[in-house]
Write a protein that binds this ligand. Structure first.
Ligand code: ATP
Ligand code: MG
Length: 504
């Protein structure tokens, strides 16, 4: 780095001793270091051991004259600033010297002030020059640093085992790593070092890498910054060549001005998890299936035993058999739930698609469950809000399962004497069914969890109510498979309303 010093080293060359020493005095008072020489050879000798910043030369000297010395000095170090001192007669030579690169000249005789001004100016020029050089060096270093930083980030990105792709605000791919192409079973030979497509710098649409419209739409939405700040990071499950499952998670790229610059998406391979899940479902389905018939047989046999029990058998036996029968009933319904679930997961629920009058179907479920409500002194009513509902194509078993579960829950999780209403109406392109109770209600923190398998809210009201926590996951699975939605509105102690929207 160039040092910017405040003091200068100045070489004064003049054959007249008075002038030499006069100049030395003036310069020393200005805090400069001064070397003196009475002729050219002496000056060059000094320059062998010293680096000076400034040389003040007399033009007319015996031996080597100022012009020649100037030339020799420039050959040694062209950064030395040269000032020429000259008598009037040689002013033309002085001009010549300036043309050859001398910085300034001072005609003899001169006032001390004149010398000071010229030297100060030279000093200032030197300072500016050195400052510019320092800045230049600084800039070059910053650029090198930047370049190193860039290539380091690039290297990290390329060695990252996680697949990463970055899009701009138009949803076009601007950056990706080899893991991304590998995850998607794409060839990476068309990539240059920057991870950019080298078929020209033009960014390609994401769709040319990932043939999944839903995924591309999600990323485009993210890239344009159309994601609500409160919404959680979207994830998307996609399949590659039918056998590989990837979980993509995206995040908008926000700059310091809070503007969206695009999106960054990472992919995780979840194939093994999927396989495991599938194995588990298959296992559950198999076990449930194997258990169902023997259990049903036991159930029937217990019913038979109960009917045939003669009077001389004790009440205790009767009671025990009654309990056993209830338990087997519970087990049979659990197995029914498990089978439903595995069928939903296998995607094979809609076997028996028919045209259905949904109002009739709801009425019959209400009638059927009315008996259970009555035993708890609850009122259960059905209300058709629209004149008439259009015919609906669906699997009636699925609809029965959806609304049967919701109404059974309303009965189960409401106290004696509660009021339960089932309302159906046409709402634009949807059939809207609501199951409304004024029962125990569900605290907001459980509103998502109750749709998870085996999740049950445990509080003083529900502790003694039996169930397995599979009802709502089944309902949700079925509603989803019909492209519908389910939502709830509930407050503890006030009651719960489940709303199901099914597209007509
Ligand atoms: P099952 O599998 O026999 O239906 P379950 O009724 O416990 O068992 P879900 O139907 O999935 O399972 O319901 C989950 C939980 O949600 C219930 O345990 C209950 O705590 C709560 N819940 C569901 N519906 C209501 C409701 N209408 N009012 C209050 N709580 C409810
Ligand atoms: Mg239930």
């Amino acid at each position: 780095m160039v040092e910017i010093t405040d003091s200068l080293k100045i070489l004064v060359v003049d054959d007249e001793r008075d002038i030499r020493e006069g100049i030395e005095r003036i310069l020393k008072r200005m805090d400069y270091t001064v070397f003196k020489a009475s002729q050219g050879d002496e000056a060059l000798e000094i320059l062998k051991n010293e680096t000076v910043d400034l040389a003040i030369l007399d033009l007319k000297m015996p031996g080597m004259d100022g012009m020649e010395l100037h030339q020799r000095i420039r050959d040694i170090d062209e950064n030395i600033i040269v000032i020429i001192i000259t008598g009037y007669a040689t002013i033309e030579t002085a001009i010549e010297a300036m043309k050859q690169g001398a910085y300034d000249f001072i005609p003899k005789p001169f006032e001390p002030e004149h010398l000071r001004i010229v030297v100060r100016r030279a000093h200032e020029k030197l300072r500016l020059k050195r400052e510019a050089e320092a800045l230049q060096a600084e800039r070059a270093r910053t650029l090198i640093d930047l370049d190193m930083e860039k290539s380091r980030i690039r290297t990290i990105l390329e060695s990252l085992p996680t697949a990463v792709v970055v899009t701009n605000t138009s949803g076009e791919v601007v950056l990706m790593n080899p893991a991304f192409l590998k995850s998607l079973d794409l060839d990476d030979s068309g990539l240059d070092n920057s991870g950019l497509d080298n078929s020209g710098r033009a960014a390609k649409k994401l769709a040319s890498y990932v043939a999944d419209a839903g995924f591309c739409e999600m990323v485009l939405k993210l890239s344009k910054g159309e994601l609500d700040a409160n919404e959680e990071v979207p994830s998307y499950e996609l399949t590659v060549s039918g056998t590989k499952y990837l979980m993509a998670r995206g995040q908008p790229v926000i700059n310091e001005n809070n503007e969206c610059m695009g999106a960054v998406v990472t992919f995780a391979n979840i194939t093994s998890l999927k396989m495991l899940d599938q194995l588990k479902s298959e296992f559950v389905a198999k076990v449930s299936h194997e258990l169902r018939s023997p259990l049903s047989t036991i159930h029937e046999q217990l019913a038979l035993v109960l009917k045939e029990t003669s009077v001389n058998e004790t009440d205790v036996d009767q009671h025990l058999i009654e309990r056993a029968k209830e338990k087997t009933h519970g087990l049979i319904s659990l197995i029914g739930d498990l089978l439903d679930l595995s069928r939903i997961e296998a995607g094979g629920i809609s076997h028996n698609i028919q045209s259905i009058q949904i109002a009739d179907l709801l009425k019959s479920i209400v009638d059927f469950l009315g008996i259970r409500a009555q035993s708890k002194k609850q009122s259960l009513s059905f209300e058709l809000a629209s004149e008439q509902l259009p015919l609906f194509t669906a699997d009636p078993m699925a609809l029965e399962s959806i609304f049967g579960n919701l109404i059974a829950n309303a009965i189960n999780y409401s106290p004696k004497g509660a009021e339960i209403k089932v309302k159906a109406a046409l709402a634009e392109k949807f059939i809207k069914v609501q199951v409304i109770d004024n029962g125990f209600g569900i605290a907001p923190k459980y509103h998502d969890q109750i749709f998870e398998r085996f999740y049950r809210v445990k509080d003083d009201n529900t502790r003694y109510i039996t169930g397995t926590g599979l009802g709502l996951p089944i309902v949700k699975g079925l509603v989803d498979s019909m492209n519908g939605t389910i939502s709830l509105d509930s407050a503890v102690g006030k009651g719960t309303t489940f709303t199901v929207l099914l597209p007509v």
